[in-house]
Design a protein around this ligand. Structure first.
Ligand code: GTP
Length: 806
C-alpha cells in the first residue's frame, strides 16, 4: 500500500487522534466507520487503546456524537488513493486555482461539498445543516455569520486539478481577503437565486476586480420558494455592472425546478434518481427536439440567439465565424468553437458566464465544474511580474498557516515557478532565513496526501517550516533569490529601480498594513502567561496583521490589530482554541509623538555593581526631522567630535539606547515619529559595560525629549467608500461629522467612489454605522494613510482623557 498520511479522530468520547502511514483494509474499514457510522470494522486491531476502550464500551460507533474533528477523516476507497498518487502533478494547462465567493448562506459550503462528492473524493455528501462538511468553518464564523478564515481544498475533475479556496468577504479582514485573492487565478461567485446580489458579494466582487480575476456566476437555490432566474441576472447586471452571458436556462423554478437547458450545446440536462439514492450523481444530456414543450424550445432558441449575438459583439474572431460560415445556420455552430469564444471573453473579463442550479437538491454542480475547467484560466494564462526573474528556480508564496497539534505548523503555499520537494531547504526571502521542509502534502479533498514533489501552478501543504508566516515568499536558496533580484535590477536599469525590484521580489507576498488599534491582554493567572505567549505566537504566524508587544513600564502584553472586530475575534480564538480565558483592556488608538524644536542634553550614569564601577557620560541632541526616510525609526548621526570609527559594540550599544527611548515618547508614552538624534560625545570609565552605555544614552535622550516642545500625531486613515449616487449625500454628511477630509469623488459606473481621509479616532464602529446608513449597500476599504499633528484643543482633550482627568 502507498504511503498515505491519514489523520483520523475518534468521534466519540475519547477524542484520541492517530496518524497512519499505511492504509490497510482494516484502516479503511475503520475510516468508513468514522465517516459514515454504518460499517462495522472486521477487527479492532487497528484501533489505538483509547478507541478500543471506547469501542468495547459502546460496541458500536453508530450513535457517536458528531464532533467537528470527526470530519477530518474520509471515506476514501483504496483504489482512489492510488489514483491520487498517479496524478500528483498535472500539466499546468490542467490546473485551476479558483476562489469561491459568496454572501453568507448563499450555499458556498454546500456547493463545495457537492463538488468533492461528484469528483469522487468523499464517499458521503457533507451537509451544512448536519455540521459535517469538509470545509467546516470556525465556530465564530458560524455564530457571527461572517467568514474569517479561508479553507483550501484540492480535487480533480475530468483530468483537471482544481484548487478551491474560500474567500472571506468582511472588510475587517482585508488581509485575509487579500491573501486569498493574491494566489487565485479565477473565481466562482455563488448567489442565492431568491436574493440576487447581496452586500457581502458586492464587497468580494470589488476585491476580485482589484486583482483582475476572471469570474463565473452560479445562481444557487433555484429550488427555493421565491427563486427567480431573471431577477438574479438583472441584479448582477445592475449591481455588479457586468455583461452577463446566460449559458443555461432553468427548467422549472422553485419546487418544480428539475433541470437545465445548456444553450451552448442545445441539450437538456436532467438528473435521474434511483430509489433511495437521490444524490444527483447520474444525469443525462438529451438534445432538445421538437417533442419538447414548444415554450421551452422557443425560450431556449431566443436565449441562444441572444447569447451568440452578445459574444459576437465582444469577440471579433467569433463574429467572423458567425457572420461567415454560420450566418444562415446558427444551429450548426460547433459547441467547441462557441466554448472557445466564451473562454476568450471570460478571460479577457469582457463578460461573465452565468450558470444555475441547486446544490442542496444536487442539480447543476457538475456543469458548474465543467465550466470552471472550460472558462477559467490556467496558471500560465495569468501574469505575475516576478516570475520572469526566477525562471525555473522555485518561488512560492505562503498564504496560510495552520497549527496542527501533532504536526506543528502547516504552511499552505502556492508554487509560482520551479519544483518543491520534501526533505529540502527553502530560503524565506521575507525573513532572510533558510528552513528545512520535512514533508510536502496535497490538501486533497479532506485528506492530506504525501507527495514526492510538486511543480509550478500548484497549491501544497508543507510540514516543518517553523519560521514561515502568512505572506512570506519562499525560494529554493538565498543565491537563487539574489540572482532573481539582480536580474530584476538589470532589466530595470538603474540603481533605484534595482532596489525597488528586489523589494518587489519580497513582495511576491502581501503587504501587511500597520496595526492601528491596541489593548492590553492578560492571562487568567500569572502561571498561564507562557500559555498566552504560545497562543499569541501561533496566532501571529497565521495572521500577520496581528502584532504583540510588551509594555516596557507595566510589563503587560499588548495586542495590536487592524480593527475592533479583529481584536475581538483574536480574543475569542484564544478562549476557544487555546482554552485560555483572557482579560482585554479597553481598546485604544495607537498615537505617535514628535518634537517641534531642537534640544541638547547631558547625562551621567555612575553605578557600582559588585566590585565593578560603571561610569558613562553622554551628550546628545534631538531635533525634528522633516525630510523623508524617518517615520517610525530614528535618524541617527554622530557629531564631528566623535571618533570616525566607533567600536562596533559601542555603536550598537548607543543605537540600542536610542531605539529603546524612541519607543516611548515623553508625553504619554506613545512611540516617536520624525525625530533625529545627534550624538555629541560618550565618555566612559574603562570596563563600563555596554548595557550601562545603552541605559545612559536612553536616559539622556528621554531627558532631551522632555525639555522639547512636544506634539501628538494621530493616525489618519484613507478610506475608499463605494456608494450609490442616491445615498452619497448622507455618507458625505456623516463623514463631515467625523472630521473627514474629502480628497476625491470618482464615478464608477452608476456608483460614486469617495476617497477621504478621516482620523481613526472618529472611525470606531464605522462599518456598522455605514451599513445602517446605506442599508448595507455601500462598501469601503480602509488603510493607514499617515500620522498628522493634532490641533492644540484636540491634543489637550486627548491628553486629559488619557491621563484620566475626565
Ligand atoms: N433551498 C436551498 N437551500 C440551500 C441550497 N444550498 C444551500 N442551502 C442551504 O442554505 C444554508 C447555507 O448554506 P451554506 O452552504 O452553509 O452556505 P455558505 O454560503 O457556505 O454560508 P457561510 O459559510 O455561512 O458563508 C444551509 O441551510 C443550506 O442547507 C440550495 O441549493 N437550495
Amino acid at each position: 500500500m502507498g504511503r498515505v498520511i491519514v489523520q483520523w479522530v475518534c468521534g466519540t468520547e475519547c477524542d484520541s487522534q492517530r496518524e497512519t502511514t499505511d492504509i490497510t483494509e482494516v484502516d479503511m474499514a475503520v475510516f468508513a466507520v468514522f465517516k459514515k457510522c454504518t460499517v462495522t470494522p472486521k477487527t479492532t486491531s487497528g484501533l489505538c487503546s483509547k478507541c478500543k476502550q471506547c469501542w468495547n464500551m459502546r460496541g458500536s460507533w453508530l450513535k457517536g456524537p458528531r464532533t467537528q474533528a470527526f470530519h477530518q477523516d474520509s471515506g476514501l476507497v483504496p483504489g482512489e488513493v492510488k489514483s491520487l498518487r498517479s496524478i500528483a502533478s498535472p500539466p499546468l494547462s490542467k490546473i485551476r486555482n479558483i476562489g469561491i465567493m459568496a454572501h453568507i448562506d448563499a450555499g458556498k459550503t454546500t456547493t463545495t461539498e457537492r463538488m468533492l462528492y461528484y469528483s469522487g473524493y468523499t464517499r458521503a455528501m457533507g451537509d451544512v445543516d448536519d455540521g459535517d462538511t469538509v470545509t467546516d468553518f470556525m465556530a465564530q464564523e458560524r455564530e457571527r455569520g461572517i467568514t474569517i478564515q479561508s479553507a483550501a481544498v484540492t480535487f480533480d475533475w475530468n483530468g483537471y486539478r482544481i484548487n478551491l479556496i474560500d474567500t472571506p468577504g468582511h472588510v475587517d479582514f482585508t488581509v485575509e481577503v487579500e491573501r486569498s485573492l493574491r494566489i487565485l487565478d479565477g473565481a466562482v461567485a455563488v448567489f442565492d437565486a431568491s436574493a440576487g446580489v447581496e452586500a457581502q458579494t458586492l464587497t468580494v466582487w470589488r476585491q476580485a476586480d482589484k486583482h483582475y480575476l476572471p469570474r463565473i456566476c452560479f445562481l444557487n437555490k433555484m429550488d427555493k420558494a421565491g427563486a427567480s432566474f431573471s431577477y438574479s441576472v438583472e441584479s448582477i447586471k445592475q449591481k455588479l455592472k457586468v455583461k452577463t452571458l446566460l449559458l443555461q436556462l432553468p427548467i422549472g423554478i422553485a419546487k418544480s425546478f428539475n433541470g437545465l437547458v445548456d444553450l451552448v450545446t442545445k441539450e437538456k440536462i436532467v438528473w435521474t434518481s434511483t430509489p433511495g439514492l437521490d444524490d444527483g450523481r447520474t444525469f443525462a444530456r438529451i438534445p432538445l427536439t421538437d417533442t419538447d414543450p414548444p415554450e421551452l424550445l422557443q425560450e431556449a432558441k431566443d436565449a441562444r440567439i441572444a447569447l451568440i449575438e452578445q459574444v459576437a459583439d465582444i469577440d471579433d474572431e467569433f463574429a467572423e465565424l458567425v457572420l461567415g460560415d454560420f450566418s444562415d445556420n446558427l444551429d450548426g455552430l460547433p459547441a467547441e468553437k462557441f466554448q472557445s469564444a466564451l473562454r476568450r471573453v471570460t478571460l479577457a473579463q469582457k463578460a461573465v458566464p452565468v450558470l444555475c442550479g441547486s446544490a442542496l437538491k444536487n442539480k447543476g454542480v457538475q456543469p458548474l465544474l465543467d465550466a470552471i475547467t472550460m472558462y477559467l484560466p490556467a496558471p500560465n494564462e495569468c501574469h505575475n511580474d516576478f516570475l520572469q526573474w526566477y525562471g525555473d528556480d522555485m518561488c512560492a508564496l505562503a498564504f496560510k498557516v495552520l497549527h496542527d497539534k501533532q504536526r506543528g505548523p502547516l504552511v499552505f503555499v502556492r508554487i509560482y515557478s520551479g519544483t518543491m520537494k520534501p526533505q529540502s531547504s527553502v530560503y524565506n526571502v521575507s525573513k532572510n532565513c533558510t528552513e528545512r521542509m520535512s514533508r510536502l502534502l496535497l490538501p486533497f479533498a479532506d485528506q492530506h496526501i504525501e507527495i514526492p514533489s510538486l511543480t509550478a501552478g500548484n497549491i501544497a501543504l508543507t510540514v516543518g517550516l517553523k519560521q514561515t508566516a502568512t505572506g512570506d515568499t519562499l525560494a529554493s536558496s538565498k543565491s537563487s533569490a539574489v540572482a532573481a533580484a539582480r536580474k530584476a535590477g538589470r532589466e530595470s536599469g538603474n540603481k533605484l529601480a534595482q532596489s525597488k525590484a528586489s523589494e518587489s521580489l519580497i513582495l511576491a507576498g502581501i503587504e501587511i498594513p500597520e496595526p492601528v488599534f491596541f489593548c492590553t491582554i492578560e492571562p487568567p493567572s500569572l502561571a498561564r502567561q507562557p500559555d498566552l505567549e504560545f497562543a499569541l505566537s501561533c496566532l501571529q504566524r497565521e495572521d500577520p496583521s496581528l502584532k504583540v508587544k510588551i509594555d516596557p513600564d507595566s510589563g503587560q502584553t499588548i495586542l495590536c490589530g487592524m480593527g475592533e472586530l479583529h481584536i475581538e475575534i483574536i480574543h475569542d480564538r484564544i478562549k476557544r482554541e487555546y482554552k485560555l480565558k483572557t482579560q482585554l483592556g479597553p481598546l485604544q488608538i495607537s498615537y505617535r509623538e514628535t518634537i517641534l524644536n531642537s534640544i541638547s542634553a547631558t547625562d551621567t550614569l555612575d553605578r557600582t555593581i559588585g566590585e565593578k564601577r560603571h561610569t558613562v557620560t553622554v551628550e546628545l541632541g534631538v531635533r525634528p526631522w522633516e525630510e523623508e526616510g524617518a517615520g517610525n525609526k530614528p535618524v541617527i548621526d554622530y557629531s564631528e567630535n566623535m571618533p570616525q570609527q566607533l567600536l562596533t559594540d559601542l555603536q550598537e550599544a548607543i543605537e540600542n539606547g536610542i531605539h529603546s527611548a524612541y519607543l516611548q515618547g515623553p508625553l504619554i508614552g506613545f512611540p516617536l515619529q520624525n525625530v533625529a538624534v545627534t550624538l555629541h560625545s560618550v565618555a566612559m570609565h574603562p570596563g563600563t559595560s555596554m548595557t550601562m552605555v545603552s541605559a545612559c544614552v536612553s536616559r539622556c535622550m528621554q531627558k532631551a525629549l522632555k525639555k522639547a516642545e512636544k506634539q501628538v500625531l494621530e493616525p489618519l486613515m484613507s478610506l475608499e467608500i463605494t456608494v450609490s449616487e442616491q445615498l452619497i449625500s448622507s455618507v458625505l454628511a456623516d463623514l463631515a461629522r467625523r472630521r473627514g477630509n474629502i480628497q476625491e469623488i470618482q464615478s464608477r459606473k452608476d456608483n460614486k467612489v469617495v476617497v477621504v481621509s478621516v482620523p481613526l479616532a472618529e472611525l470606531m464602529g464605522y462599518s456598522t454605522d455605514l451599513r445602517t446608513l446605506t442599508s448595507g449597500s455601500a462598501t469601503f476599504s480602509m488603510e493607514l494613510s499617515n500620522y498628522e499633528a493634532m490641533n492644540p484643543q484636540d491634543q489637550a482633550a486627548l491628553l486629559k482623557k488619557l491621563k484620566g482627568l475626565y
